[in-house]
Design a binder for this molecule. Structure first.
Ligand SMILES: C[S@@+](CC[C@H](N)C(=O)[O-])C[C@H]1O[C@@H](n2cnc3c(N)ncnc32)[C@H](O)[C@@H]1O
Length: 267
């Protein structure tokens, strides 16, 4: 058992070195479950054997990277994107529409929709005349459970300022932080499969679908962009993940607003 633990620690060091994935930022159990699943698939019986295989097999390195990042998310993930959302997009929607409807598609454990709620709440301050609904969906019921609870470690909040934390979270006795009700009330979580071909709702001012399509085929990615199009209001915003690309077949549907940050507008 001691050996196995030492082997697991050695493997996490290899993972960190090869993938740049900060294993220390996650619960050991989280890493272990995903590694064990890869070990089952590749027929490796212990951490040491898997470590040797992982070191020499670039395909397996990619498989493990995907397995480790499947639900990974954080508050204010990609600061440049959320700075644009905060400084340009949200103020312009509030000024033009006087209301806001956003879909956060593939929301995982909730950090992304809560980031939006927090930005909007700060932008509105005490204004109560702007109705806001953030539709947040994911295919995975387990992550949605965590999202609805809205309880996070201090580590997950590292991109937020102390003012944002004290304004929008309750500090619990166990040291964790729970999102306050004024943010929760802006969000409707639901289970939804993005490959089912229908949007959760219409008349959307903005759709964020970021870091979701890693296992999707090119056609499925294009179909997503086609599904979002009629669900958006004219000139509504479509925000993709920073490493995701608008397919050739669908690029006529949108104009780039900030191509570098993968922010588009409906044509
Ligand atoms: C890496 S997380 C991205 C979370 C967040 N959007 C972000 O960028 O930080 C990807 C999420 O997409 C969800 N997902 C994958 N396939 C999906 C599908 N077909 N329909 C809905 N959600 C899906 C996964 O369950 C996972 O929670």
């Amino acid at each position: 058992m001691v050996d196995s633990d030492a082997d697991f620690q050695a493997l996490t060091r290899t993972i960190q070195k090869i993938l740049g994935f900060q294993c220390g930022s996650y619960k050991e159990d989280y890493i272990k479950r995903r590694v064990l699943s890869r070990m089952r698939i590749t027929g490796k019986s212990d951490f040491k054997e898997y470590n040797t295989y992982f070191l020499s097999n670039t395909d397996e390195q990619e498989h493990l990277r995907n397995a480790l990042t499947v639900n990974v998310t954080k508050f204010y993930r990609d600061k440049e994107v959320f700075d644009i959302v905060k400084n340009e997009i949200i103020p312009s929607i509030i000024a033009e529409k006087g209301r806001m409807r956003i879909w956060c598609a593939g929301c995982s454990t909730g950090e992304e929709p809560y980031t939006l709620a927090l930005i909007i709440s700060d932008a509105l301050r005490l204004r109560t005349d702007v109705p806001v609904t953030i539709f947040a969906s994911d295919i995975d019921r387990e992550v949605l459970k965590k999202a609805r609870e809205g309880i996070y470690d201090k580590r997950s909040l590292e991109n937020l300022t102390e003012t944002q934390i004290s304004r929008h979270f309750n500090h619990l006795e166990n040291g964790k932080y729970q999102v306050k009700d004024h943010l929760k009330s802006m969000i409707r979580f639901s289970q939804h499969d993005l490959l089912g071909g229908r949007a959760v709702t219409n008349f959307l001012d903005m759709v964020l679908c970021r870091n979701v399509t890693i296992y999707f085929t090119e056609k499925q990615k294009d179909d997503l962009a086609r599904m979002f199009h009629p669900a958006l209001v004219p000139e509504g915003y479509y925000i993709m993940g920073k490493t995701e690309f608008m397919g050739r077949e669908v690029e006529d549907l949108y104009t780039p607003y900030n191509a570098l940050q993968k922010i588009y507008r409906k044509k």
